[in-house]
Design a protein around this ligand. Structure first.
Ligand code: FES
Ligand code: FES
Length: 174
C-alpha cells in the first residue's frame, strides 16, 4: 500500500505528457501539441520552424531568444509555451510588413549593426519592445534598457546608432 493511500488521499493522476497550445504567431493562428516543459523558444524553433529566434544561453542571460509577447519583449527561453496559450507572439520573421523591412531591420543594415548576426534577431525584437515602451530617449538610456541583449561581437555602438535611427523613422510616421 502506498503512503498516500494510508493517509486516505486519492491517488493523483499522472501529469499529461503532451498539451495542446494555441498561439497567434506573426498574425497566423497556430496550434501545437507540446510536452508541458517545452519552452516558448523551443516551440517556435522546433515545432514551428521559426529559427530566426536564436538560442544562446538558454538561461535568460543573453537575450538572443527575445520575442514580443502581446507587444512586450521577453526571453522566450524563460517561459513555457503552455503559459502563453492564446497569446500573440511576434518573432523577427513577423516584423516586415508587405515586403518592406521593419525600420529597425533597415537601420541595422544601414549602420552595419552586426558581425556574426547571431544576436541580431534578439536585438531587433528587443529594440522593437524598447521603442514601444517609450522610455529610452538618449543613447545612454538605450544602452541601459538594451543591456539584457549581449553581443559577443561587440557591435554595440552601431546597434545603438541603428536603434536611434529607427526611433526617428518611427516617430516620423506616427
Ligand atoms: S537564450 Fe534566452 S536569454 Fe539566452
Ligand atoms: S553580431 Fe555577433 S553576437 Fe552580436
Amino acid at each position: 500500500m502506498t503512503q498516500a493511500n494510508t493517509v486516505g488521499r486519492a491517488p493523483t493522476s499522472p501529469a499529461p505528457t503532451k498539451i495542446l497550445v494555441a498561439l497567434d504567431v506573426n498574425g497566423r493562428q497556430r496550434q501545437l501539441t507540446v510536452a508541458p516543459w517545452t519552452t516558448l523558444l523551443d516551440a517556435l524553433r522546433d515545432h514551428l520552424d521559426l529559427t530566426g529566434t536564436k538560442k544562446g544561453c538558454d538561461h535568460g542571460q543573453c537575450g538572443a531568444c527575445t520575442v514580443l509577447v502581446d507587444g512586450r519583449r521577453i526571453n522566450s527561453c524563460l517561459t513555457l509555451a503552455v503559459m502563453k496559450d492564446g497569446a500573440k507572439i511576434t518573432t523577427v520573421e513577423g516584423l516586415a510588413t508587405e515586403g518592406a523591412l521593419h525600420p529597425l531591420q533597415q537601420a541595422f543594415i544601414d549602420h552595419d549593426a552586426f558581425q556574426c548576426g547571431y544576436c541580431t534577431p534578439g536585438q531587433i525584437c528587443s529594440a522593437a519592445g524598447l521603442i514601444a515602451e517609450g522610455k529610452a530617449k538618449s543613447a545612454d538610456e538605450i544602452r541601459e534598457l538594451m543591456s539584457g541583449n549581449i553581443c559577443r561581437c561587440g557591435a554595440y555602438p552601431n546597434i545603438v546608432a541603428a536603434i536611434q535611427q529607427a526611433m526617428g523613422t518611427m516617430a516620423g510616421r506616427s
